[in-house]
Design a protein around this ligand. Sequence first.
Ligand SMILES: Cc1cc2nc3c(=O)[nH]c(=O)nc-3n(C[C@H](O)[C@H](O)[C@H](O)COP(=O)(O)OP(=O)(O)OC[C@H]3O[C@@H](n4cnc5c(N)ncnc54)[C@H](O)[C@@H]3O)c2cc1C
Length: 462
Amino acid sequence: MDNFINPRRVRPYKGARPDDGPVLYWMHRDFRARNNWGLIRARQEALRLRVPVAVVFCLVPEFLGATFRQYDFLLRGLEETADLLEIAGIPLILRCGAPEIEMRRLCEEHKPSLVVTDFDPLRIKRQWLRVLTESAACVVEEVDSRNIVPAWLASEHREFMARTFRPKIHRHLGEFLEPFPELAPHPFTWIVPPAGLDFLSLRARLKVDTDVPPVVWLQPGENGALATLETFFTHRLADYGQRNDPNKNVCSDLSPYLHFGMISAQAIVLELRQRGLEGEAVDDFVEELVVRRELSDNFCLHTPDYDQVSGFSPWARSTLAAHQGDPRPYLYSDEAFDRGQTHDPLWNGAQNQLVRTGKMPGYLRMYWAKKILEWTENPARALRVAIHLNDRYALDGRETNGYAGIAWSIGGVHDRGWAERPIFGTIRYMNQAGARRKFDVNRYVRTWTPGQPSLFPVPDHP
Ligand SMILES: Cc1cc2nc3c(=O)[nH]c(=O)nc-3n(C[C@H](O)[C@H](O)[C@H](O)COP(=O)(O)OP(=O)(O)OC[C@H]3O[C@@H](n4cnc5c(N)ncnc54)[C@H](O)[C@@H]3O)c2cc1C
């Protein structure tokens, strides 16, 4: 059991297998030392070959519009992970630049027996992997540590909706929802630890937008993730059924951690079971954490244009095209959206909460994106604006959940057709009357109206 990993979690790419070089684990999605199948696999192979193992992180100074807020969260968390790795005798090599090129250089320097890396369906990550597998002399393995059921096994095609995907996930849980081995100290250490940068010089190389500051209400890293999980289990999970009310603080706040892989969704489900937590609220939470979350990876894996209108289903594209010429009651510039300066106080409040805290409640995310569709000239611009704002301000941006959530809101992905109406066609519509039926909109607007003094930092929660 000590180092067991189900081989079906691993996808090998061919290469020669010299067996005297070290093992490198290139971490670019699952930034954690605990409960990480990629790291477990790398260490398992290093043990078998009796060689050292190292983790590699390569900082990309500019990445898909990420700002200082997200980089700071990632780097502070990673410093903590470096300490945990050190206890296990595993160095963290820090590099900066184009990761596929830095990885090639590292492979030339260290002649590894094996490179293990994280699975990620985003286009840029598929491209990194392609370059690495073409250039590396050794075997490269991809491990899915983000999903409980490896995305390539869960389904071979893009799923129509959660209803079609759910049974596939549940069918595989018996095999994949297994406990993690502890990360024991690795016995084969480096004679000379590999050279790299330190965190300070890494930060100095960032070329990012510093107008979006870090958040202070959430502590980055693996320990912050565990503390957030504990608070959620103890104080909020029982009321999770009320999650559509953004005035109530019942959601987990785990998405920034899950996005950066600072906590494992599988470990969360195992912890729920270990504590004997069950009931409707728990089932609802697991549905979001497992089925919906893994469905997003399925969407991006099987839809290379996941951030384009061409990634919508034919029925959605055709209904949106049929309503392309409909008059729009309001049209806003990118700047007006960014500053939360629309005619709608609820939308402005939601945007303001996102800007200030890096988070927007799930229900409002849907409303927010649908209104962007209503107030832009066409769905392509709506998609661009929503992705840009989400990725600029949200701590959990650039995530498959984000691309799927925005495509759901604007392009009916994973949804069905509804009653036809202007602009939206048969894409599901949302309005303020619906929001008022669910929660006290005035109270939310009072809390989050832009321009109010010192809402940030927020004492207990956004
Ligand atoms: C327009 C739009 C944009 C979104 N952008 C993002 C994004 O950038 N990053 C992101 O992680 N999520 C995104 N979501 C999905 C969802 O809104 C967030 O995951 C959730 O609000 C995060 O808060 P939480 O962790 O407190 O959620 P909780 O309700 O506590 O859920 C626990 C976890 O389940 C997963 N989850 C919850 N809801 C969904 C969902 N609808 N789809 C997929 N997984 C889900 C998340 O990993 C979340 O952390 C978006 C949804 C929409 C409609």
